[in-house]
Ligand binder design. Structure first.
Ligand code: MSP
Length: 507
C-alpha cells in the first residue's frame, strides 16, 4: 500500500471563496478519492491562510479585529467545500495555536543554526504582494505587477535562501517531476539564473502585528508566506492523532501558477535549511478565464461556485472543472460551456446508454439483469475497450491528469453506445431473447465500469449509476474497474429519472 499526501494552497481570508479556489480544491479532492479507491493511504490537507497585511487590512476595513474576521471568513470556505463534496482529512487554519508552535519551533531552530540572521534592510515594499523589491526590479516606479510601492528602511531578519541556489537548481534538473508542467520548471530555472538573494522573513510589529511573533525577537512577527508554507508540514504533526509525520514529504502540492516562486523557490530552500525532505511534485495549474481576463475579485467578474452548483448540481460542476482544464493550461469558464459538456458528454454519451439499458431490462426482463451468455467478437471488443479505459484512467491519474482520466472513461461510454447500435437490442428482443439478454448484460457491465472510473469525479451521480445497476452506491475498490463480470445475473436494475438531464442554454 502506498501513501499519498496531497495539499491545496491555504486560501487568504481577505476574500470570499471563488471558482479559482474551488478548482484547486476539487482537483485535490478528485486525486485523493482516486488514490483512496486504489487502496492508497491518503492525507489530503486544505485550509486558510489568516495572517499578514492583507487579512489585517480586510479586518480593519470591516471594523472588526483580525481574529474575529478570520473566525467568520474561514468557515465560509469550509462550507463551500462541504457543498462541493470535498473530502479533506484536516482543515488547517494558520491562527491555530498548534500551527504557531510549529512555526516558532522551526524559526528557533533556523536561528540557532544561523540559517536566519538580522540586518539593516532597505527596499521598496509592495503591500498587496507583501514583499520587497529592489530599485532595479521596479517598472516605472511600481512593482513588476503594477502595484504601488513604498520605500522602507528597517532592521529585519533574513533566511539564508541564497546559499541554496545551486542545490535547488541541481534538484530541479535531476528531478523532472519536481515541478510540473515542464514549462513551469523552466520558468523557475530561468528565475534562478539571476543571483538568488536572502529572504526577509520578519515584519516589525509597529508596521504589522497580525502574525506569529518571532521566538528570538518578540518585536517582530513572521512574514506571512514563511508562516503559511509551513502549514504543509505542521498540519501532519498536529492535525492528526497520532500525528502523521510519516506522510512527509508531500507527494503533491497543488498551486496556481501565480504562486509558483513562493512554492518552488522559497519553500524548498526553507526545507533545505530545516533539513527536511523536499516535496515530490509541485503542480502549478493555469487560470480560469472569463473571456480573456483572469477571474479576480478586483475586476468584479467572480463566479461563485455556489451559484453554478445551485444551477447545475455539484457533480456537474466538478465534472466540468476537471474535464475542461488540462492542469497547466488556462481554460475558459462559462455557463454555456458547462451546458455543452453536460449535454454532449453526460446526457448523450453516458446518460442515454444507461437509460436505454436499464429501461430495456425493466421492460423485457422484469428489472432483473439477464445472463451474460457467450460473448462473440463484438462483446470481446467491448471487454477489451473496458480494460483499456481502466488502464488509461490509472495512467492519467498517475500523471495528475483527471481530464485525461475522464476522456478515457467517457471513451468507454461511447463504446457502449456503438455496441448498442450494432446489437440493437430494441430490435433483437423480438426474435432472440437470450442474445438480447447478453447484449444488455455486456452494456450494463461496461457502464458499471464507467461508473467506477468516474466515481472520484462525480461521487453522487456515479453512486446512483452503480445502484441502478444493482451495485452498492458506496465507493468500491478500484480493481473492480479492471474486472469483467462483477454484475450478477438476476440482480435488480432500475431506470429511474434521467441521471443526467439536459440543460437549455441561456439564449
Ligand atoms: N494564501 C496564499 C497561498 C498560500 S499557500 C501556502 C494565496 N491565497 S489565495 O487565496 O490568494 O489564492 C489561492 C489560489 O487560488 C492560488 O493558487 C491561485 O492561483 C488560485 N486562483 C485565484 N484565482 C484563480 C483563477 N482565476 N483561476 C485558477 N486559480 C486561481 O495565494
Amino acid at each position: 500500500m502506498a501513501k499519498f499526501y496531497v495539499t491545496t494552497p491555504i486560501y487568504y481570508v481577505n476574500d470570499e471563496p471563488h471558482l479559482g479556489h474551488a478548482y484547486t480544491t476539487v482537483l485535490a479532492d478528485v486525486l485523493a478519492r482516486y488514490h483512496r479507491l486504489m487502496g492508497d493511504e491518503v492525507v489530503f490537507l486544505t485550509g486558510t491562510d489568516e495572517h499578514g497585511q492583507k487579512v489585517q487590512q480586510a479586518a480593519e476595513k470591516r471594523g472588526v479585529d483580525p481574529q474575529t474576521h478570520c473566525d467568520e471568513l474561514s468557515p465560509r470556505f469550509a462550507a463551500v467545500w462541504e457543498k462541493l463534496g470535498i473530502s479533506h482529512d484536516f482543515y488547517i487554519r494558520t491562527t491555530m495555536d498548534d500551527h504557531a508552535a510549529v512555526v516558532r519551533r522551526i524559526l528557533a531552530q533556523l536561528w540557532d543554526a544561523s540559517e536566519i540572521y538580522d540586518a539593516e534592510y532597505e527596499g521598496w515594499y509592495d503591500v498587496s504582494e507583501e514583499r520587497f523589491y529592489t530599485e532595479k526590479e521596479l517598472v516605472d516606479g511600481k512593482s513588476p505587477v503594477g502595484n504601488e510601492v513604498t520605500f522602507i528602511r528597517e532592521k529585519n531578519y533574513f533566511f539564508r535562501m541564497g546559499k541554496y541556489q545551486q542545490q535547488l537548481i541541481d534538484h530541479i534538473e535531476a528531478n523532472p517531476d519536481f515541478i510540473v508542467p515542464k514549462k513551469r520548471a523552466n520558468e523557475v530555472l530561468g528565475f534562478l539564473r539571476q543571483p538568488l538573494g536572502d529572504l526577509c522573513i520578519s515584519r516589525p510589529k509597529e508596521r504589522l502585528n497580525w502574525g506569529i511573533p518571532l521566538p528570538f525577537d518578540e518585536d517582530y512577527v513572521c512574514y506571512v508566506w514563511f508562516d503559511a508554507l509551513l502549514n504543509y508540514y505542521s498540519g501532519l504533526e498536529f492535525g492528526f492523532e497520532p500525528s502523521r509525520g510519516e506522510f512527509w514529504p508531500a507527494d503533491l502540492h497543488l498551486i496556481g501558477k501565480d504562486i509558483l516562486t513562493t512554492h518552488a523557490v522559497y519553500w524548498p530552500t526553507m526545507l533545505m535549511g530545516a533539513g527536511l525532505a523536499l516535496p515530490k511534485t509541485i503542480l502549478a495549474h493555469g487560470w480560469w478565464m472569463f473571456g480573456e481576463q483572469k477571474m479576480s475579485k478586483s475586476k468584479g467578474n467572480v463566479v461563485k461556485p455556489l451559484d453554478t452548483m445551485d444551477l447545475y448540481g455539484r457533480d456537474i460542476l466538478r465534472y466540468f472543472l476537471m474535464r475542461e482544464m488540462t492542469p497547466g493550461s488556462d481554460s475558459n469558464f462559462s455557463q454555456d460551456l458547462i451546458v455543452e459538456r453536460n449535454n454532449t458528454e453526460l446526457a448523450n454519451d453516458l446518460g442515454n446508454g444507461l437509460n436505454r439499458v436499464t429501461k430495456l431490462v425493466e421492460k423485457h426482463f422484469e428489472g432483473r439483469l439477464p445472463a451474460p451468455g457467450e460473448s462473440e467478437a463484438l462483446e470481446e471488443t467491448l471487454i477489451a475497450a473496458a480494460a483499456a479505459s481502466a488502464e488509461g484512467v490509472q495512467r492519467e491519474i498517475g500523471d495528475f491528469h483527471p481530464n485525461g482520466a475522464i476522456r478515457e472513461a467517457m471513451e468507454l461510454s461511447r463504446e457502449v453506445n456503438r455496441y448498442l447500435e450494432q446489437r440493437a437490442p430494441w430490435k433483437s428482443i423480438k426474435e432472440d431473447r437470450e442474445a438480447t439478454g447478453r447484449t444488455l448484460y455486456h452494456a450494463a457491465e461496461a457502464l458499471r465500469i464507467v461508473g467506477v472510473l468516474l466515481q472520484p469525479v462525480m461521487p453522487e451521480k456515479c453512486g446512483e449509476l452503480l445502484s441502478r445497476l444493482g451495485r452498492p452506491a458506496e465507493p468500491v475498490d478500484f480493481v473492480e474497474s479492471a474486472r469483467w463480470g462483477v454484475l450478477e445475473e438476476g440482480s435488480p436494475v432500475n431506470s429511474g429519472e434521467p441521471l443526467f438531464p439536459r440543460f437549455e442554454t441561456e439564449e
